[in-house]
Ligand binder design. Structure first.
Ligand code: KIV
Length: 271
């Protein structure tokens, strides 16, 4: 199977489409890797999917580092990206470099951070420090309070131009790939040929160079709201719930566990 690093992801633009997913633990990272997924993101969406928060804002660097280390043990070929949590890269570029270094030392190949022109100089600094960066523009969930909810961005002509400029700035700063989240399809179609790095869409239509989905949404594990742009490719939530119920029934009706014929060892038998 092909080994994916950040250079290979960048080189895939125009050659092959890139299916990317989030994962937060060893088991699912291994399954995604075995399926030939090129890029596994330890997203700060883990705040919602794994920790039960309403937004990503509560996620700490330790939450991400623990998951990155588990995911990197589960992956042999995929590129592992650590999402930098809210507050770990905004305060100062020096803090950002130190925190990104921790992500790489935990096992990530690269970091992801949200922002456009406002983050371009930080992206350039990280890249020149040997830390590959996956950019993220459009609807950036760490700005949920500024938006007043998770809302599509870039809808007016002016707002679309702003997202376009953000994408170009992050590309020129040296990002190896760029997430385009929740923007109108025509805007993603305008950005994709205008940047050198592959665009990875989520709610941004089919023109991007790749797609990324939150693992819980695509596998049907999510019990809450599933974004309208997502397709359920499996019904793992249903399968797991049925498994738990079958187990509970079996314990209650005493059909599990069965009695075992245990061979006692000779020494014990003489006692
Ligand atoms: O945190 C996350 O899962 C993400 C993806 C939705 C791109 O940022």
């Amino acid at each position: 199977m092909k080994k994916w690093n950040t250079a290979a992801i960048r080189a895939a633009k125009g050659v092959e489409r890139l299916p990317c997913v989030t994962a937060y633990d060893y088991t699912f990272a291994r399954l995604a890797d075995n399926a030939g997924i090129p890029l596994v993101l330890v997203g700060d969406s883990l705040g919602m999917t794994m920790l039960g928060y309403e937004t990503t804002l509560n996620v700490t660097l330790d939450d991400i580092l623990r998951s990155v280390s588990a995911v990197s043990r589960g992956v042999q070929n995929a590129c592992v990206v650590a999402d930098m949590p809210f507050g770990t890269y905004q305060a100062s570029p020096d803090d950002a470099v130190l925190n990104a270094v921790k992500c790489l030392q935990a096992g990530a190949d690269a970091v992801k951070l949200e922002g456009g022109r406002n983050m371009a100089s930080l992206v350039a600094r990280l890249v020149s420090s040997g830390i590959p960066v996956f950019g993220h523009v459009g609807m950036t969930p760490q700005s949920v309070n500024e938006y007043g909810g998770f809302k599509m961005q870039g809808k007016s002509r002016e707002a679309a131009d702003a997202v376009f400029e953000d994408a170009v700035a992050i590309d020129e700063a040296g990002a190896f790939a760029l997430t385009l989240e929740c923007i109108p399809d025509p805007l993603a179609a305008r950005i994709t040929p205008a940047v050198k790095c592959p665009t990875i869409g989520i709610g941004a239509g089919p023109s991007c160079d790749g797609q990324i989905l939150v693992m819980h949404d695509l596998l049907g594990l999510n019990t809450g709201h599933v974004p309208s742009f997502c397709r359920k490719f499996a019904k793992l939530g249903e399968v797991a719930a049925n498994g738990f119920s079958a187990y509970a029934d079996a314990v209650r009706d005493a059909s599990f566990p069965p009695s075992r014929k245990v061979q006692t060892c000779k020494q014990d038998a003489t006692k």
